[in-house]
Ligand binder design. Sequence first.
Ligand code: GLN
Length: 485
Amino acid sequence: MEIYKLSAVEIANRIKKGELSAEEVTQHFLKRCQVLNPKLNALITISENAIEEAKKIDKKDKSSLPLAGVPILLKDMFCTKGIKTTAASKILKDFIPPYDSTVTKKLKEAGGIILGKCNQDEFAMGSSNETSFFGATKNPWNLNYVPGGSSGGSAASVAARMAPLSIGTDTGGSIRQPANFCGVFGIKPTYGRISRYGIVAFASSFDQAGPISMRVQDSALALEILCGKDPLDSTTTSLTVPSFSKNLTHRKLRIGKIKSFFNEKISPEIMDKINEAIKKLEAQGHSLVEIEIEHLELAVDTYYLLAMSEASSNLSRYDGVRYGYRADFRGNPPSNLEEFYSRTRSEGFGEEVKRRIALGTYSLSSGYYEAYYLQAAKVRRLIQESFQRALTQVDVLISPVTTTTAFQLGEKLDDPLAMYFNDVFTTCVNLAGLPAASLPIGFDSKGLPIGLQIIGDFFQEEKILSFAHDLEEEFKCYMEEPDVI
Ligand code: GLN
């Protein structure tokens, strides 16, 4: 069997048994990255020392390395020591971090090989990957379509088998929505499960890392490695991390269908597929109820208001003084500090990022703070509470991930509100801090993937994973390969 068809778990096992070497696996995937990236633009950087790292793994005792020799692509939000980390922004285009994020460090310690850095929306702000300074990533299932965002490069590269595993971030849907558009599995764990240390900050009270993979088991394994208390991020929890990848056993669950998310805006093909999934779930012995969750219609507005406010504050650090891009002042020096900042930031940030800094600053400014930011913070609490009520009645909730399958490149780029409303089913989860996944369950008549969103209670990733694992075997979407590869 071709190496690229193997799951991360299988690759690690074969390397441990000596049936494959980390070096040959890394060579294989590097080659795929080199051939496929010009078509997809899914990567910003391909690592130059991956082979060297693989050789080191080959020399080691691999018995305690769960990811021994597994090639991994990281979203360009994760600091990688010695490898450029750009957040897909001009302002960080040449930034080489002097340290690893906790996620990077843990993956390396587990024997993973960092193959490269994935394209994304600039500072993870977007739903289509089109706001990247490095150009849009294309959807491997149809090159005229977006891969989703903001972790579009991660989802596209996994779908194209450029690596079995990628790590993305999800602030308002950025793992689930691109996973859904590219036909791969992606899970955002509970806020606080994975350390944010060394991840470029967008909206700190929402940002959470998570894996994207072809197979559910691979994400389960990655989660097991990445979750856990980190003294460098005080929001991480010290709760024990279950052996997610070993606990994918079938269990009968009570499933709640979020009533208001099954509406006339959902494309009929998505609706049909989800109904098919529901039938299969019932046949597996799960029970299903419809469930009403209040205030969800306020989620998108609330999320964007709060996320923009946090972003405006987080991004104030890019001033061109300490690091990052600085405007070229030769022959035209700034007349004061303010001009120094404003010229640097006007040139360094893209349109979407500037829009968010402006709107976020506005909602935090005196006189408006109470009317906007504070109000949104209260609505956030209401949404959290209604989820809590619903999750006392069921184990997991299901819904579509988006109303349609992937849209065309350029289709929504000039209409920010249309772009924001892409996140109508995903942002509520981040407001509540809950874990949620997107599992591929089929394709529409255009050959574009369809996913199912599965939401769990706090720290109940295990239920989501076992449920997804059950359903994965019913649909076997991982058997399908896009033509481009
Ligand atoms: N699409 C959402 C936004 O633009 C979510 C992004 C994300 O999760 N990083 O804010």
